[in-house]
Ligand binder design. Sequence first.
Ligand code: ADP
Ligand code: MG
Length: 179
Amino acid sequence: GQQLTEPRLTRTVETPEGMTELGRRLAGLLRAGDLVLLSGELGAGKTTLTRGLGAGLGVRGAVTSPTFVIARVHPSLGAGPPLVHVDAYRLGGGLEEMEDLDLDVALPESVVVVEWGEDRVEELADDRLHVVIHRALTSPSGVAGGDDGGTDAREVTLRGVGARWRGVDLAAHLGGGTV
Ligand code: ADP
Ligand code: MG
């Protein structure tokens, strides 16, 4: 059924540390050739999640916003795949343009994480994991991000697309409901 063809999971993430932890757990699911597309407004937590992915994959170098570059390569400290962290905001031509960037790793041998990738990259890859981050409406006033004592919670929705993700049990790998 639908569940099998397109696994989907929503998690509430209360803190930046929780977002990093979710990334760590998610890294356990990822392998060379995987593409992760992150969307969510500025400050949603895309880079924070990617930091956790980097920690979970065991890669070198601080994961920061790839603001002044299109892509940053983080080689693995062990035997795992490198992490290629892309800011699609700067990537006019999608993944095809990345082939021209002269990265010193091959994309099919890397885990590729693209911030803002949804519009620019998704048509170029049959298999991808979409991660959408929203500010959760949990403050007392019901206004997200207010200064009225509400939390900074985020709602994170993951959706696997393509044969790669068919039958993958996201919940089993990512654990409990609130991080
Ligand atoms: P993006 O890459 O989406 O623009 P960043 O990860 O760079 O966002 O920034 C997210 C900011 O929001 C960080 O300063 C982080 O500390 C803060 N933050 C507060 N609460 C959360 C949360 N629950 N999850 C993730 N980030 C949070
Ligand atoms: Mg960012």
